[in-house]
Design a protein around this ligand. Structure first.
Ligand code: BES
Ligand code: ZN
Ligand code: ZN
Length: 477
């Protein structure tokens, strides 16, 4: 998708599909094209009409934005996503967009337009023997009033384009099956991305690094585990080092504590945190973020092979903490533990991690919001604010000290989970906290939000790419 800005009026633009976004009660310049249909510009309402040669655009898509006083960036983003699917349905190749600015900054509005169009028209191509020709919006012309506004619009569009394209790439990784997205594939993918974006990369062997906890999970699979470390040094040498960590379980069978077969296939998405972090690094590089950032991404499979870890086993870890395994299905926190220690050892001053960690988070928040936990209120507030900008909902869950009792073990320093499974999102966070110690840290549990069954707004059925855009909204500030 190629996005441009123009200060021409919609009447002067030749295109297949004009998206005309209006608020309830606003004057509709193209009212004359609506004959027998009713269009009230209610939120989510769309009406597509042929212009019968009376306009240079062959079709107009009236896009309702609801009440002006309720206008928000997120509403624009989601509405544009719906309109982009209408454009695809009508096989439009060149689309122009006119939308009233309301109380939104032009730069933010333009970013939301680009994100809505690119995220909304996402499609996972799959592996069919025969494929239909791919329908794609080739060109977008965003219309602004007056030449002086073109620069701000262009800069917003550029940011939106980068964020949405990277998030779509993360979606591709989440949607692809685990026999394609193996740990080795992910490491090679990160290598290619690093080369294209001139990022320094190291692929570590967890065994050589003495990451005993990560190794304990990986040894139940024939796939070699990998740890990907990516560097972006955009800040001054004295600036703090921010670590981004993403859970990269390419398939979570549960291990010996095997999962029920129903919907087990969905566990191909258990590397969604890793996918979001890899693509966040691509966007960080493209946007030349002026901060020092390191990504530490632990990647392996959780399988019940003969060599697999067993419930009741005690394993070590990079920082020396011993872990009693209650369930081999609580594997994400174990691989994250070593990634967190590694990040601390290389000097991380702040740690952000995202992981499809617990079914309990899905029970608590459904597929509407990710769970957010952390040990530093200022950092938590920064992420919540970034999530508000990205539209990727996050809800703060507690990390009460009392949860530490749930993880007390008689024979090791900590248990990997509680046998009764109470407050599992919070106990998952409590386990990670043991390794994070005092470093400011935020953990996002994306178990409920990484993979969704229904297309709605910017969400297209399948992998969502969450929380890639939130990471960027945070780091851009
Ligand atoms: N990958 C799962 C969590 C998950 C559940 C992700 C649903 C996506 C959708 C994780 O490794 C897991 O199995 N967690 C266990 C932890 C429990 C044993 C304490 C869970 O939540 O059941
Ligand atoms: Zn699991
Ligand atoms: Zn898992």
């Amino acid at each position: 998708m190629n996005i441009k800005v123009s200060n021409l009026k919609a009447e002067k633009i030749s295109c297949d599909f004009l998206i005309y976004g209006i608020y309830e009660g606003d004057k509709n310049r193209f009212e004359s094209f609506i004959r027998h249909d009713k269009f009230e510009a209610k939120k989510g309402e769309t009406l597509v009409v042929h212009t019968q040669g009376k306009l240079l655009a062959s079709k107009i898509c009236f896009l309702g934005l609801g009440k002006k006083e309720d206008s928000s960036i997120d509403r624009v983003r989601n509405s544009l996503a719906n309109a982009s699917r209408q454009a695809l349905k009508y096989k439009a190749e060149t689309v122009s967009v006119e939308i009233s600015q309301a109380n939104i900054l032009l730069e933010d509005l333009s970013q939301a337009v680009a994100e809505g169009l690119i995220l909304g028209s996402y499609k996972f191509l799959g592996y069919h023997k025969e494929t239909d020709p791919e329908e794609k919006i080739e060109n977008v012309i965003f219309l602004v009033e007056g030449k002086d506004k073109m620069k701000a619009a262009l800069s917003g569009l550029k940011v939106g384009e980068i964020l949405a394209k990277c998030e779509n790439k993360a979606r591709d990784l989440v949607n692809a099956p685990s026999n394609k997205i193996t740990p080795e594939y992910m490491a090679d993918y990160a290598k290619k991305m690093a080369k294209e974006n001139k990022l320094k990369i190291e692929i570590l062997d967890p065994k050589k690094e003495k990451m005993e906890a990560l190794w304990a999970i990986a040894k139940g699979s024939i796939m070699e585990p990998k740890v990907v470390v990516l560097w972006h040094k955009g800040g001054a040498a004295k600036d703090p080092l921010i670590a981004l960590i993403g859970k990269g379980i390419t398939f979570d069978s549960g291990g010996i504590s095997i999962k029920p077969s129903m919907k087990m296939w969905e566990m191909k998405t258990d590397m969604a945190g890793a996918a979001a972090v890899i693509e966040a690094m691509r966007a960080i590089s493209a946007l030349k973020i002026k901060k020092n950032i390191v990504a530490v991404i632990p990647i392996c499979e959780n399988m019940p092979d003969a060599g697999a870890l067993k419930p009741g086993d005690v394993v070590g870890s990079l920082d020396g903490t011993t872990i009693e395994i209650i369930s081999t299905d609580a594997e994400g926190r174990i691989i994250l533990a070593d990634a967190i220690t590694y990040a601390k050892n290389i000097g991380a001053d702040k740690i952000f991690d995202c992981a499809t960690l617990t079914g309990g988070c899905v029970t608590a928040l459904g597929d509407i919001a990710s769970g957010l936990l952390g040990n530093d209120q200022e950092f938590i507030d920064e992420i919540i604010e970034a999530a508000e900008r990205s539209g990727q909902k996050m809800w703060h869950l507690p990390l009460y000290e009392e949860y530490e009792d749930y993880l007390k073990s008689n024979i090791a320093d900590i248990k990997n989970c509680m046998d009764k499974g109470m407050a599992s999102a919070s106990t998952g966070g409590t386990f990670l906290k043991k390794f994070v110690k005092d470093t400011p840290w935020v953990h996002i549990d994306i178990a409920g939000t990484a993979y969704l069954p229904k297309t709605k707004g910017v969400i297209v059925e399948g992998g969502t790419g969450v929380p890639m855009r939130t990471i960027l909204e945070w780091l851009r500030k």
